[in-house]
Design a protein around this ligand. Structure first.
Ligand code: PLP
Length: 439
């Protein structure tokens, strides 16, 4: 169907279907919020999932030096192979050995983990098919799929079981058109880290239904004390897995745009065609930037373990701090994460009847307290908000203090609770528990 007639003498330039149907839910929601901070209080943005925002977390000197060295090399300026330079792919294979046996040919370098996810999804899903994604979950899966006519269906996570996957729900979502199950572990926004047992249960569902998995493991190794990260691919006997990761979060360099997808396919289920297809897709951008590719072997092998340990310990301490502080905020239920760099906080909306939903709650909190948290709707999960844990300690303390004041200012009084609605009787007892006994 042609969109215009050649003879027309007016300009008719329209955005493509792909362009019009591509949305970033977080951007859409945030742009529509009325977020005018209180001019008397400096804004604290607990919303941006970028560990560099506050300048307190930086990559180690070895990583910076690797890029300084890289810029001197001709090969850091030329085009590389579309899948990435062999030395860089070898380095990724070695760095990712915990995922299982990996050959350099199993690695495709990408422009950030987002691009790795896009490449993985588009390599195995066609328009009209669907992929299953977690709810609450990260929205990039929807952003890269929808415009191409790939549907995203959601399976539920269980907030009261440390955000484990509702396996029954997961299995019930699988249909003839399901091209892949996406697993985010550790999770953004939940901060959950799945046990080996749970990962095996997930693999069983995938194996029984013959559905490949896309594992978003950008937070690999980002786990707090007493928790252990296991790569899904390390446990898979037969389910083929595309694992997506990158430098972004662990090395604190989101702007460098370096990620990768690793093909785990012991029984050659993807076969030559999928591998070839992924190599084809890599040619669309001719490979990610070679300045970082050239530095990758040094970045991945020279970074001291103490750097990683320090970052994770810092985030764990922030999580403990935020948890302790927000436990005392009436009407909130912070959920202690096990890893990654976020905390989900439940907002008992029935105790804040002034607000129609959590969007209004976070809006008003910006207006009054200049603290901005992302509303749960950004993750398809109303009645929650997500806070980032990478902020400096004093700022985190101040933010929690202001959030607590905000809750105290707006929580329904006991008297008016009784008036509002007789079927809020349960809520009333809940309110009393929350207001009186916590702190
Ligand atoms: C940050 C993030 C990504 C994207 O990382 P980039 O390398 O910046 O593209 C992917 N998945 C999850 C779950 C993330 O939180």
């Amino acid at each position: 169907m042609s969109r215009r007639s050649r003879g027309s003498n007016t300009w008719e330039v329209r955005a493509s279907t792909l362009a019009r149907n591509t949305h970033n839910l977080i951007r859409d929601i945030v742009e529509n919020l009325q977020v005018e901070p209180n001019p008397n209080k400096p804004l604290i943005a607990l919303s941006v999932g970028d560990p560099t925002t506050f300048g307190n977390l930086n990559p180690p000197e070895q990583v910076i030096q690797a890029v300084r060295d890289s810029i001197e090399w001709l090969s850091s300026r030329s085009y590389g192979p579309a899948k990435g330079h062999l030395e860089a792919r070898q380095a990724v294979a070695q760095y990712s050995a915990h995922q299982g046996p990996i050959a350099p040919d199993d690695v495709i370098l990408c422009s950030g983990c987002s691009h790795a996810i896009e490449l993985a999804i588009t390599a195995i899903a066609d328009s009209g098919q669907n992929v299953l994604a977690p709810r609450p979950g990260f929205m990039i899966y929807k952003t890269v799929s929808e415009g191409l006519g790939i549907n995203v269906k959601y399976y539920n996570l269980l907030p009261d079981q440390q955000w484990k996957i509702d396996l029954e729900d997961l299995e019930s979502q699988i249909d003839d058109d399901t091209a892949a199950i996406i697993i985010t572990n550790p999770s953004n926004p939940c901060g959950s880290v799945y046990s080996k047992e749970h990962l095996c249960e997930i693999l069983e569902v995938a194996a029984r239904n013959r559905v490949p998995i896309i594992a978003d493991e950008i937070y690999e190794h980002f786990v707090f004390s007493n928790h252990e990260f296991t790569a899904l691919s390390a446990l898979s006997k037969d389910v083929p897995i595309l694992t997506c990761s990158g430098l972004t979060k662990r090395f604190l360099v989101p702007g460098w745009r370096m990620g990768w997808v690793i093909i785990h396919d012991r029984h050659n289920i993807f076969g030559h065609e999928v591998r070839k297809g992924m190599a084809n897709l890599a040619t669309r951008i001719l490979g990610p930037n070679t300045l970082i590719q050239r530095a990758l072997p040094a970045i991945l092998s020279c970074t001291p373990q103490s750097f990683f340990d320090d970052v994770v310990l810092f985030i764990e301490n922030q999580a403990k701090l935020a948890f302790e502080e927000l436990r005392c905020a009436p009407g909130l239920r912070p959920m202690m994460p096990q890893g990654a760099m976020y905390m989900m906080v439940e907002i008992k909306m029935s105790l804040f009847p002034k607000f129609k939903n959590e969007l209004q709650f976070v809006e008003k909190m910006v207006a009054e307290q200049s603290v901005f948290c992302l509303p749960g709707q950004c993750f398809m999960y109303p009645n929650y908000m997500r806070i980032v844990l990478t902020v400096p300690e004093d700022i985190m303390r101040e933010a929690c203090k202001r959030i607590t004041i905000f809750c105290k200012d707006h929580i329904v009084s006991r008297e008016s609770l009784k008036e509002i609605d007789s079927n809020l009787v349960n809520v009333s007892s809940e309110a009393e528990v929350i207001c009186a006994s916590k702190c």
